[in-house]
Design a protein around this ligand. Structure first.
Ligand code: HEC
Ligand code: HEC
Ligand code: HEC
Ligand code: HEC
Ligand code: HEC
Ligand code: HEC
Ligand code: HEC
Ligand code: HEC
Ligand code: HEC
Length: 579
């Protein structure tokens, strides 16, 4: 007896020490009563509500491993007291995200506003038989879903079933839309008040813009593009709330092919459809092409359109092309006249320097265009590069190789050749350049100030030269890191590549803007040299201009100790004689 008493005390102690779960009620405790098909309770109006839980269905559901009390958390003992009214189940305890997205939906809002007929979780998901929405037997699966929503939206369900979309669904088309394809699943909101753009872009285009989709169902490829090219589409894109969207003409739940006499876009109904918004619409207005295909020649209207378009394209090419041709001839004459001017006697760039400059400018421009084509594939750059990514990438890399090879050659040139050493010496920054910056600013800002005199290269040219050196180094280094990202990430973290991409992008912007703002001003837009300083073509500049801008470079000016060379063949670098 005493032994038994001790045992009981010990067992009690052990039970108190055990974790709570061990004491939690087992599902079998509940099934003893709730598996009984006859167990019912009188609901409102005296109707019998079944209290039976189908063990097989529950066992197959997503919650099979849940304890009954994980949802019915208010039940702490079995049997529970009778009569018994359970507290509503809180799905949010485990599905906070789903619940909050649902609460924001039209159903959730309606429910919180006390319209109790609006959907609750179990209206769509069920209770004890909840399956994953994609599972074949789930009521929410694609092909079954209309029936779930149709419990409350019966008319719409019927309309959808009779539409081309419903028929496609019945025939097993995997892409046929059901309710949540157009309305989104938990975020279900009305589509009535949304902008036409949203319906066109987010609802119908999801399927009808896809080339693969249209090929699969043998549908015209261009319906979405022609809509956005039309007046209605453009107005929708620019925010019009009155413009037509796909659904204004085709309907939404009752979409039918235009060949079906019941379709809102069948000839018989077109006037009515347009009159929804154009009250005076007549047959001529309504029967015109809506999805106007620029290349179609199917009927008289399209053919006339086609010819007019061709005529204009020809006219634009002819007229503008002719203008360009004419003005190029004028420009050529004037450039020749400038070239022939007697005083173009100062040699500014040797042949070797001009070749380097041409290589630099072609590789730079190619790099800029192909580079920005990557960042802005939809911009005008596309017209220069085409939409082929491989072409763009190969072009970028080829130009990069040219530029880096040029950089290597140039280094060799300024170290090894006499001409190059002279160039380097004249590009070398000096204290005078700093004084020149201030001197020049004073001259530019205030009247009656003396103009500073410059040697072969003033501070402007020096800054530019060293900027190119710097830019090539940075762009070359980061470019190589991006190019060889796989090898680099073998020993460096991924962010190294990301940082390199950022530097490469912003340095490119800096370089392109510097060229446009600084270099193009100096050699093109400066009124003294306009339309262009042509030294990069034939090496020469006018003595008059050179005296103005570089009067301290006596070596290059005629009449000084070392006069300028006479022939192209014996080009000597100006100013290098002293090196
Ligand atoms: C001894 C039999 C018995 C056991 C064991 C039992 N129940 Fe019940 N349960 C009933 C009866 C009878 C009712 C109806 C009570 C009434 O009419 O108010 C009921 C009602 C309920 C209700 C519905 C209350 C409502 O609001 O309508 C829930 C939920 C419930 N039980 C859950 C459980 C769970 C979970 C367990 C296991 C932990 C369990 N029951 C164990 C007999 C039982
Ligand atoms: C995923 C959560 C969940 C689990 C797990 C769960 N239930 Fe329910 N149960 C519900 C919901 C939801 C209701 C409807 C009432 C409500 O909304 O609170 C409900 C209602 C009931 C009812 C009232 C009759 C009915 O069908 O409306 C009984 C009885 C019941 N549950 C028993 C059980 C038993 C027994 C188990 C374990 C085998 C169980 N439940 C497990 C969510 C759950
Ligand atoms: C109007 C019908 C409807 C109601 C009401 C509803 N759901 Fe859903 N639920 C869906 C649909 C439809 C899906 C997604 C189907 C799909 O993506 O294939 C879904 C998906 C889910 C999922 C899957 C995970 C996810 O978020 O993708 C969970 C969990 C879920 N719902 C919980 C809830 C809860 C909790 C409530 C109540 C607060 C609720 N649902 C109310 C229709 C509904
Ligand atoms: C005690 C926690 C808990 C509660 C309460 C709960 N669930 Fe779940 N639910 C789960 C778990 C666990 C899963 C399985 C998740 C998995 O396997 O991805 C699940 C899965 C689901 C899924 C399938 C999700 C998917 O991704 O396929 C739906 C739908 C769902 N629950 C709805 C509900 C609804 C509706 C309620 C309220 C009536 C509810 N749940 C209450 C724990 C819970
Ligand atoms: C092909 C896309 C599509 C499908 C599929 C679809 N809807 Fe709609 N639905 C719409 C559009 C678009 C609107 C709003 C049109 C408007 O008023 O401008 C709408 C409006 C509604 C409305 C508001 C009342 C009304 O008739 O204007 C309800 C309710 C609705 N849909 C429920 C459903 C249900 C339930 C299903 C599934 C049986 C469903 N929808 C299937 C596109 C669709
Ligand atoms: C339990 C009934 C019920 C079920 C099931 C149900 N709904 Fe609803 N739904 C409503 C009610 C009620 C409203 C009206 C809310 C209001 O007036 O604010 C509504 C409103 C809507 C609206 C907004 C209509 C508008 O005026 O713009 C859409 C869209 C919608 N439901 C779609 C669906 C879809 C999709 C499903 C299935 C996944 C579904 N509903 C399932 C009851 C239900
Ligand atoms: C989830 C994909 C999907 C969405 C979203 C969708 N459709 Fe469709 N649509 C289809 C499929 C699939 C067919 C092809 C049915 C067939 O021919 O078998 C179709 C056919 C059509 C047709 C008939 C073409 C013909 O002549 O056979 C029209 C018109 C149409 N859809 C308009 C719309 C409009 C308007 C919307 C937006 C309110 C829309 N669709 C949204 C999938 C979709
Ligand atoms: C202003 C009215 C109007 C708008 C807006 C409109 N359509 Fe159409 N659509 C028509 C008419 C009329 C036809 C039939 C004659 C034709 O082929 O041009 C048609 C034909 C079609 C067809 C070919 C199948 C058939 O029924 O002949 C599809 C698919 C289609 N439209 C989809 C769309 C989509 C998707 C949008 C939105 C991006 C859209 N439509 C916008 C009027 C419109
Ligand atoms: C949902 C409303 C709506 C529907 C339906 C609609 N339109 Fe329009 N449409 C507009 C609006 C808004 C404008 C721009 C303002 C205006 O002209 O009244 C417009 C402009 C036009 C224009 C260009 C006129 C101009 O001023 O440049 C044509 C052409 C046109 N619609 C043809 C049609 C045809 C044909 C139909 C029937 C197949 C149709 N629309 C159906 C709303 C609609």
């Amino acid at each position: 007896m005493r032994c038994l008493k001790h045992c009981l005390v010990l067992a009690g102690l052990l039970a108190a020490l055990l974790p709570r779960e061990a004491l939690a009620l087992d599902n079998s405790d509940c099934y003893t009563c709730h598996e009984d098909k006859a167990l019912t309770k009188k609901g409102a109006g005296g109707k019998a509500i079944s209290l039976c839980v189908d063990q097989a269905k529950y066992g197959a559901s997503m919650h099979a491993s849940n304890a009954c009390t994980s949802c019915h958390a208010d039940i702490t003992e079995a049997p529970h007291p009778e009569p018994f009214t359970a507290k509503p189940v809180q799905c949010a305890a485990c599905h906070a995200k789903a619940v909050s997205s649902y609460r924001a939906s039209i159903h959730g809002v309606a429910r919180q506003a006390g319209k109790l007929n609006a959907a609750n979780c179990d209206d769509c998901h069920g209770r004890h038989d909840i399956l994953s929405p994609g599972a074949p037997a789930s009521p929410l699966r694609h092909e079954n879903q209309a029936a779930v929503c149709g419990k409350c939206h019966q008319e719409i369900m019927n309309e959808l079933r009779n539409s081309i979309h419903g028929k496609a669904m019945k025939h097993g088309a995997p892409d046929a839309p059901t309710c949540t394809d157009c309305h989104a699943d938990h975020q279900i909101g009305g589509l009535k008040a949304v902008s036409p753009l949203k319906v066109a872009e987010d609802v119908c285009s999801r399927c009808h813009a896809s080339a693969r989709f249209n090929a699969r169902y043998n549908l015209p490829m261009d319906r979405v593009t022609t809509f956005f090219a039309s007046y209605h589409g453009m107005a929708a894109k620019f925010g019009s709330n009155r413009s037509a969207n796909c659904a204004s003409c085709h309907g939404y739940h009752n979409v039918l092919p235009s060949s079906d006499p019941r379709s809102s876009v069948n000839k018989a109904n077109m006037v009515k459809t347009c009159r929804k918004c154009h009250p005076e619409a007549n047959e001529n207005f309504s029967f015109g092409k809506i999805h106007l295909d620029e290349n179609s020649v199917a009927d008289t209207g399209s053919r006339i359109n086609w010819w007019i378009r061709r005529m204009y394209l020809l006219m634009i090419a002819g007229v503008i092309g002719g203008m360009v041709f004419h003005n190029l001839l004028v420009l050529r004459r004037k450039l020749i006249a400038i070239w022939r001017r007697k005083d173009r006697s100062v040699l500014r760039m040797t042949l070797a320097q001009r070749i380097q400059h041409i290589l630099l400018l072609t590789s730079f421009i190619t790099l800029a265009i192909t580079g920005f084509a990557l960042k802005y594939p939809d911009s005008w750059v596309r017209f220069l590069v085409g939409s082929n990514e491989d072409v763009r990438r190969l072009g970028h890399r080829a130009a990069a190789i040219v530029m880096l090879a040029l950089a290597v050659y140039h280094t060799f040139y300024i170290i090894v050749t006499k001409e190059g050493r002279g160039l380097l010496k004249d590009f070398c920054p000096r204290w005078k350049d700093v004084l020149d910056v201030f001197g020049n600013l004073r001259y530019l800002l205030f009247p009656r100030q003396p103009k500073p005199a410059f040697a072969r290269f003033g501070y402007a040219e020096k800054a530019e030269y060293w900027a190119v050196v710097w830019g090539t180094l940075i762009m070359g280094l980061t470019g190589i890191v991006i190019w060889f990202k796989m090898s680099i990430t073998e020993w460096a973290p991924r962010w190294v590549i990301d940082v390199a991409i950022t530097i490469h992008y912003y340095e490119a912007i800096l370089a392109v803007l510097a060229i446009v703002v600084w270099h193009f001003y100096l050699v093109i837009f400066d009124p003294d040299v306009y339309p262009m300083n042509t030294a990069w073509l034939d090496g020469r500049v006018s003595e008059h201009w050179y005296r103005e801008e570089h009067e301290l470079d006596r070596k290059s000016l005629p009449g000084s100790v070392v006069s300028s060379p006479q022939e192209e063949s014996d080009d000597t670098p100006s100013g290098s004689a002293g090196a």
